[in-house]
Design a protein around this ligand. Structure first.
Ligand code: GLA
Length: 381
């Protein structure tokens, strides 16, 4: 933190006015349900993105990152970043600049921002949402603009949708802004209402491993948007506002002629039920039973939503064979991380089994992280 302030002084030749931090997230369960107005159950990681910042009075956002070369400057006033066709080497800066452009309507202005992240990029741990949220908190504080956190999450989602061009749902930004230590966040993405559900794996004798499968994903690639479009098409054919509203699954499947759309609906509807069941298990103090939910979610994402990838399937399979309680891919799909729930005293064996399955296939070794439900975004200094 002091390090980031010092680095800010060196980078911009003046003092930072503060330092803000926003965490990455793990989604326990509820995948591809957020943009279907459904339920999700993420929690915040202890890792994330920090931003040191100071105001500028010339309407310019100036951004640097300790993880990238060069300075990106852009006017706060302007159209969308996506329409400006930025070259790929400055694409990381689209998130803070996009955020500043969205928040400008609420009274914030220009700023110098120095970014530091300890989240692996492309690991599906929401480094982009963390960057948006840390920037959003910094700008609001610097300009004395008060926006409640659920609304700020929607504005950060809007920045990603409109400015970056990624049609994401509301989950990642909400997790980063609303999470609390020792809890998962049950969020209803239609009403925006949320509840803190106690989740402390170590207290229950469990370990939740996050495994970076080292197959990196880029969700701006189009597959994510295609899935979203398929869900919206199915909802329109079924005459409902969103797949959240499908109550009679068998009836809905019977009315859809396209087998692809049937599979998508099957996933979304059952996944919402799995979130509700998981919340019930956690509230009952039965966190170990979540394993079965994770396994069912993974099979559904693999076979019905068709977004898993070989490294994820291999990691989950190896973990289960080594005695883990359950595991699944997380995030948008096609790369990123899986989570594995295991008895704490088996975690070493599970890790070794996953590493061995990778080595046997000659894949780059996976990386492991003990995922502990941590605090949401905040000012550090
Ligand atoms: C990405 C998106 C989220 C959500 C997940 C899938 O992380 O940013 O909004 O849709 O994929 O659950």
């Amino acid at each position: 933190m002091t390090g980031l302030r010092t680095a800010f002084g060196e980078a911009f030749g003046r003092a930072a006015e503060g330092v803000w931090h926003a965490p990455g997230r793990i989604n326990l369960i509820g995948e591809h349900t957020d943009y279907n107005d459904g339920l999700v159950l993420p929690f915040a990681l202890s890792r994330g993105v920090s931003v040191a910042a100071a105001r500028r009075d010339d309407g310019v956002v100036e951004v640097r990152s300790l993880q990238a070369d060069g300075t990106v400057t852009a006017p706060v006033e302007g159209g969308t970043v996506v329409s400006e066709g930025w070259p790929s080497e400055r694409s990381w800066a689209a998130y803070p600049v996009g955020m500043a452009r969205v928040l400008r309507e609420r009274g914030t202005g220009g700023a110098s921002l120095l970014i530091d992240s300890d989240l692996p990029q492309g690991a599906g741990l929401s480094s982009s949402a963390a960057l948006e949220c840390a920037t959003a908190l910094a700008l609001c504080d610097l300009y004395g603009v008060e926006i409640d956190r659920p609304e700020l999450a929607r504005l950060a989602q809007r920045a990603e949708n409109e400015q970056v061009g990624m049609p994401c749902g509301l989950m990642d930004q909400s997790a980063s802004l609303l999470a609390t230590p020792g809890h998962a966040l049950m969020l209803d993405c239609r009403s925006g209402l949320s509840a803190q559900v106690p989740f402390d794996p170590s207290q229950a004798g469990l370990t939740l491993l996050a495994v970076d499968t080292r197959a990196s994903h880029a969700l701006t690639g189009g597959d994510y948007g295609r899935r979203r479009a398929e869900c919206e098409e199915a909802a329109a054919l079924l005459g409902v506002d969103a797949l959240r509203d499908v109550k009679d699954l068998a009836g809905a499947l019977g009315r859809l002629g396209d087998p692809v759309l049937r599979r998508r609906v099957q996933h979304v509807v059952t996944e919402n039920h799995r979130v509700e069941a998981s919340v019930g298990l956690l509230r009952a103090g039965a966190a170990g039973e979540l394993g079965a939910m994770l396994n069912a979610s993974h099979l559904s994402l693999r076979d019905q939503f068709e977004i898993s990838w070989p490294e994820a399937d291999t990691a989950v399979d190896a973990a289960l064979r080594a005695g883990a309680r359950g595991g699944r891919m997380i995030g948008g799909g096609f790369g990123g991380s899986v989570i594995v729930l295991t008895a704490a005293d088996r975690a070493g064996r599970v890790r070794d089994a996953i590493a061995a399955a990778y080595a046997k296939r000659g894949w780059t070794a996976p990386e492991f992280l003990d995922a502990v439900p941590s605090a949401g975004a905040r000012r550090l200094a």
